[in-house]
Design a binder for this molecule. Structure first.
Ligand SMILES: CC(C)[C@H](C(=O)O)[C@@H](O)C(=O)O
Ligand code: SF4
Length: 403
């Protein structure tokens, strides 16, 4: 009887373990800091460059000369030390890592808080700071305190217009933003089987918004099929009766379109209660909801219509963008009057491309709506893709129709 975290880390909850890491990645933001820390530590040679990755995603293409210079230096560092680099335009690091890199049962660290996304594969995946990342790059290993687990028991099936993002928002609302601090959220139950890989990535992505170290799904037939599409073999992980601290029951059939209102992710209301709220911008993308399924769902709703508010769509990766081009999804999005930008984080962090002005209101499919995040004085509401699409068409927050 063990939790999935205990199984992957090989020790009971509460224990401290030293573990080799299978994958350790950073992005253009934290990579610069990791590189600086390594320089300060006097580390010249990295023992396991084959385990390391750099993904340029936060400010791509570079927005200023300073950013461009820092990125050029980091690019040179990657080349010189043998680290694989996914350069600007490849996509958000978590999405890139989900496209045939991360496998079940592995230990994954990323210098970004949303590394928990990759627990969707049944890996132990968590975010670390840039200085910790430098130590990991220098040694190939790190220590963990094995987290206690909160089980999120999913039953039933999603219905109406509800989608995995609404489940994630329901989960954050129920647990609160500090409710699962240093815990792992283990998503299981018969309802889990009906959630696609893209949906699982969305759910695990938002685990950190409850304070959790990570979110995990057991690898099953869905995981095996998904990884096979990247030529990777994987075996299912049989769920055990987990020794969990507590269980949160969610009947998927009860989930309705939800919206997190400014400026906390756990202040969640039904979309219906917010219908008519003024919007200046709609943003669809990020490591939460910029995957192919998301773009396809958005396109289905806006096809043949015109958006009534400035709407920005940012595919989470180049692979997502290519597929959206090949299937006509992108044409539907462009024809509806949306802007499309380079795969990456887009305006999620308020650094470039879609920053909000003072008092402007954005409905976003991202994971955080903290004050000033997308621009000083801007307000962020968080929703599913379907709610974002219905709202883009209406020009104000609107409830999506059942699909
Ligand atoms: C810039 C980066 C360190 C940060 C994170 O770790 O999450 C960012 O990706 C975010 O979403 O706020
Ligand atoms: S898309 Fe947003 S939440 Fe995700 S890694 Fe980038 S900035 Fe962070």
């Amino acid at each position: 009887m063990s939790t999935l975290s205990e199984r992957v880390l090989g020790a009971p909850a509460g224990a401290y373990v030293d573990r080799e890491v299978d994958i350790a990645f950073a992005h253009d933001g934290t990579g610069v800091l990791t590189q600086a820390a390594l320089r300060e530590m006097g580390v010249e040679r990295l023992p396991h460059p084959e385990r390391l990755r750099l993904v340029f995603d936060h400010i791509v293409p570079a927005n200023t000369g300073t950013t461009a210079t820092l990125q050029a230096e980091l690019r040179g560092y990657a080349k010189g030390s043998g680290i694989a680099l996914s350069d600007a335009g490849s996509g958000v690091c978590h999405q890139v890592m989900s496209e045939g890199v991360v496998r079940p049962g592995t230990v994954v660290v990323g210098a970004d808080s949303h590394t928990c996304t990759l627990g969707a594969f049944g890996a132990f995946a968590t975010g670390v700071g840039a200085t910790d990342m430098a130590a990991i790059w220098a040694s190939g290993a790190t220590w963990f305190r094995v987290p206690e687990t909160i089980a999120v028991h999913l039953s039933g099936r999603l219905s109406g217009a509800a989608e995995p993002k609404d489940v994630a928002l329901a989960c954050v609302a129920r647990l609160g933003m500090e409710g699962a601090t240093y815990r792992a959220l283990e998503f299981a139950g018969e309802g889990a089987a009906g959630i696609s890989m893209d949906g699982r990535l969305t759910l695990c992505n938002m685990a950190v918004e409850t304070g959790a170290k990570t979110g995990l799904f057991y690898a099953d037939a869905v995981t095996v099929r998904y990884l096979a599409s990247y030529g990777l073999a994987a075996s299912p992980q049989a769920p055990e009766d987990c020794r969990c601290e507590r269980t949160l029951d969610i009947d998927l059939a009860d989930v309705v379109p939800l919206v997190a209102v400014p400026h906390r992710v756990d202040t969640v209301r039904e979309a219906e209660d917010l219908a008519g709220t003024h919007l200046d911008q709609v943003f669809v993308g990020t490591c939460t909801n910029g995957r192919y399924e998301d773009l396809a769902r958005f396109a289905r709703i806006v096809r043949g219509r015109k958006v009534a508010v400035r709407t920005l769509v940012v595919p989470a990766s180049r692979a997502v963008l290519s597929r959206a081009i090949a299937t006509g999804v992108l044409a539907d999005i462009v024809d509806a009057g949306c802007m499309v930008a380079t795969p990456g984080c887009g305006p999620c962090l308020g650094a470039h491309a879609g920053v909000l002005g003072e008092g402007e209101v954005c409905l976003s499919t991202a994971n955080r709506n903290f004050k000033n995040r997308m621009g000083v004085g801007g307000e962020i509401y968080l929703s599913s893709v379907a709610t974002a699409a219905a709202s883009a068409i209406a020009g104000e927050i609107a409830v999506p129709e059942a699909v």
